[in-house]
Design a protein around this ligand. Sequence first.
Ligand SMILES: N[C@@H](CCC(=O)N[C@@H](CS)C(=O)NCC(=O)O)C(=O)O
Length: 217
Amino acid sequence: MTIDYYYMDGSPPCAVVTLTVAALGIESQVQTHRVDEMNDEHLKEDYLKINPQHTAPAIVDNGFALSESRAIIKYLVAKYGGNKYYPQDIETRALVDQRLDFDIGTVYPKLIDVYYSKILKKPLTEEQLKKMDDALNVYNVYLKENKFAVGVEPTLADFSLGVTVALLQTFDVSIEKYTNIVRWLALVKSTLPNFEEVITKTTDDGKKLIEAMSESQ
Ligand SMILES: N[C@@H](CCC(=O)N[C@@H](CS)C(=O)NCC(=O)O)C(=O)O
């Protein structure tokens, strides 16, 4: 059985799915399809049938279509990973969900701010910098009591926040003063399979995309 995986170059949410596929060791079951955003492939009828929201990542598994990176990674671990990285203990799972929501609602939007500041060639505003600092401070506090994003084992929260924070760093946001985050990110890099490779490729492709989008402004 093949899982069709639709991805875009330079996409942080696709990086989260790519890392999960690698960590679950299911690459051989996955057929990847590059969706070329610059050529509007995501707006074509065939792709809209798979994902009316026209975003990547998306998967189709035996006719079952799913978008939204965090829904996809939960599905993949439930179906192919025996819930590895998504513990079944109710409180632990609730904390993993809290971190995933904290990422999508609070930390990841700061990465989007950084991307747009580069596309528009405008520095982040004082308000954006303050909000970034608030978000990273909160995550630093969570990590005071936690080796990984939640507890002592890696979970899906590390995949998601790992990608966001690593990309903030590769896109020139200094994380040095958040010492728990620095310690955690080093651990994530050495623990999650292919992490550095996926972040390097996402950064390189992201830079090319930013350049192209900047030129078309
Ligand atoms: N919350 C979504 C975000 C997906 C998303 O916005 N992907 C971007 C690429 S990074 C995209 O597909 N953009 C094209 C579009 O929105 O039309 C997820 O986590 O999957």
